[in-house]
Design a protein around this ligand. Structure first.
Ligand SMILES: [Zn+2]
Length: 472
């Protein structure tokens, strides 16, 4: 399914298909009313509403997707893409698979809207999952076993094969019901999110393909909610990977002296831990949500002089290092955090240096926090709430995602991107052993997406305000 023709040709053919359909309709109309009537009868017969599908078939399609092993570091992307493309043709939906990087397909399905000039709705999910420690699972991680309580066990059942399939099933059901979207819907399946998304969402975001899709809003992943309210995310914390290093005079293990490297490092670790505690206390006290504070966790600690039996024990080392995973919310001040690192966590006065091995931007090119608006300036937020409400669902207040998702690539372009995985009354088990999702909750999520897609694709707002933001 990989295009052998120039990408631009394939893209414009794919994205211009709706225009072709419009031209056919115009041609029929000018051909005379006499010919139009039988055609309309035929069309209405073809699009007449069908009864809802047997839920066991819907669950078995979900199981089929879960059984494809797309765990990093060797995801079977080919099998996943073939499965998605087969689903698309059974609905039917137009489909294309783009390989911006060899062996890493981005599969895009299209449901053309009646007004292709309006910005489209992009339903986005990633196809890869994190690895498993099978011995810690009660069921095979790629078996999609359903237990007596109706829980489906599989890696990806929450993160996020559930959402990708719910997008597909919602569109399948809406098409069966005869619903016609005004806006075009794209369902996108992308690789590599679990390893940073550079070859998936990153490449898509900078491509002509995305530009041609004229996206108005992106729905990507959220998190399960342990209570009855769904969660929706408008921003996420940026990962900073910090390594601090202390140096000092080496010395005999028996000697007491000031400013040895381990001593200097431990002073810093104490300072960092006090900061960590102050942030965590605000979460524990209920003053802030997890995504609203700066988290700091130690990733490694390195010092000592190796020997054949372990470490030289009568020597104080001249270097000591520690690594931290720091997560910075978009509402924090990155400049003051960096000053804190330089002045308090790795001060030169204590022979300390630091390096940020990774530093994902907290602000955009204009110096503004990379977030999606949740007020009246962004109609998509209120429409999401409306869609959920119409499906008899409840939704909590907007949150910041504590870790990273592919949303950041789209938010950086200025596109509204909302993290939303409809899983209420569900323990948060992404990346955990025994990841599972209740069958009924999965089916309910499809209904919620049907309602959201209806609400989104029927919305005809002021399209001049929602064109692709070129200036960024
Ligand atoms: Zn995910």
């Amino acid at each position: 399914m990989v295009p052998t023709r120039p990408l631009s040709e394939v893209v414009s053919e794919f994205c211009g298909h709706a225009l072709l359909l419009r031209m056919v309709r115009i041609h029929v109309v000018i051909g005379g009313v006499g010919r139009l009537v039988p055609l309309l009868v035929l069309l209405s017969a073809l699009s007449s509403p069908l009864a809802a599908e047997d839920p066991s078939l819907i669950i078995s399609r979900f199981q089929e997707y879960l059984r494809i092993n797309t765990a990093q570091p060797k995801p079977n992307y080919r099998q996943a893409a073939d499965f998605i493309l087969a689903q698309a043709s059974s609905i039917p939906l137009e489909s294309k698979s783009f390989e911006f990087v060899d062996g890493k397909p981005v599969v895009i399905l299209k449901w053309p809207g009646t007004n292709p000039r309006l910005p489209s709705v992009m339903l986005y999910s990633h196809t890869d999952v994190v690895p498993v420690e099978q011995s810690k699972w009660d069921h095979p991680a790629f078996g999609a076993h359903v237990d007596q309580e109706g829980r489906i066990f599989a890696r990806g059942s929450q993160d996020m094969k559930c959402v990708g399939m719910q997008h597909l099933e919602a569109v399948r059901q809406l098409k069966r019901s005869g619903f016609e979207p005004v806006r075009t819907v794209y369902i996108v399946f992308s690789p590599d999110e679990e390893i940073g998304g550079h070859d998936g969402a990153g490449k898509l975001a900078e491509s002509e393909v995305l530009r041609e899709m004229n996206v108005g809003v992106v729905l990507d992943e959220g998190l399960a909610s342990p209570n009855e309210k769904y969660r929706a995310f408008y921003g996420e914390r940026s990962p900073w990977w910090l390594v601090i290093k202390a140096t000092g005079a080496p010395g005999h293990g028996a000697k007491l002296y000031d400013n040895a490297a381990p001593e200097n490092l431990f002073k810093s670790i104490e300072t960092i831990w006090r900061f960590r505690t102050s942030q965590f206390d605000m979460v524990k006290a209920g003053l802030k949500a997890e995504g609203e504070v700066i988290s700091v966790n130690m990733a490694f600690l390195k010092a000592g002089t190796p020997s054949p039996t372990g470490f030289v024990m009568n020597l104080q080392p001249s270097e000591a290092e520690a690594g931290f995973d720091v997560r910075v919310p978009p509402i924090a001040d990155p400049v003051s955090l960096e000053r804190r690192i330089a002045e308090e966590w790795a001060p030169i006065s204590r022979n300390m240096t630091f390096e940020l091995k990774q530093k994902i931007a907290v602000h955009d090119h204009h110096g503004k926090p990379i977030i999606t608006a949740t007020d009246s300036s962004n109609p998509w937020w209120a429409l999401l709430e409306e869609g959920v409400r119409k499906a008899n669902g409840l939704i909590g207040k907007p949150e910041i995602f504590p870790a990273s998702t592919d949303c950041r690539y789209f938010r950086l372009l200025g596109l509204p991107a909302i993290g939303f995985s409809p899983m209420a009354n569900t323990p948060i088990l992404l990346h955990d052993h025994n990841e599972h999702l209740d069958k009924a909750e999965y089916l309910k999520g499809i209904k919620v997406f049907e309602s959201i897609i209806k609400t989104y694709t029927s919305f005809v707002g002021d399209s001049s305000k929602e064109s692709f933001r070129d200036e960024l």
